[in-house]
Ligand binder design. Structure first.
Ligand SMILES: [Zn+2]
Length: 130
């Protein structure tokens, strides 16, 4: 799926095709730059078409010159802002609300506070169940 991606408040001195394409490579497969972006006529944001692999989480920000450069996706139907995936919203995010069965089973729960002090033997791998 090819979408238009915007880099709001993009630093003007990074308005180079090479820089934008290297950023695009972190998001997906860059296709082309917006005509105006290419000619540096757009003061507020850069824009480019990128082919996304929707099976992967969306990249929502990129570290650029010590600053977070945020990324906006145009016309994406449903994006989850919790996990960055397409196809559901944060209200129905399976990653935010795991299967209730897993929560109720209590597997892997840490021991009560009184038992948390460990002896040297326990640290070496000999737990209190031995
Ligand atoms: Zn989600």
């Amino acid at each position: 799926m090819v979408v238009w991606v915007q880099f709001p408040a993009f630093p003007v001195h990074f308005y180079h095709k090479e820089v934008l394409f290297s950023l695009g490579n972190m998001i997906g497969r860059p296709i082309k730059l917006d005509y105006h972006t290419q000619h540096q006529q757009r003061a507020k944001f850069a824009r480019m078409a990128i082919e996304l692999d929707l099976s992967k989480p969306l990249v929502t920000r990129i570290r650029l010159d010590g600053q977070w450069q945020y990324i906006e996706y145009e016309n994406l139907p449903t994006v989850c802002f919790e996990c960055g995936r397409v196809g559901h919203t944060s209200l129905t995010c399976p990653n935010l609300y795991p299967n209730p069965k897993d929560v109720e089973s209590g597997a892997g729960r840490p021991p009560p506070e009184g038992q948390s002090a460990t002896t040297p033997e326990e640290k070496a791998g000999f737990g209190p169940w031995m």
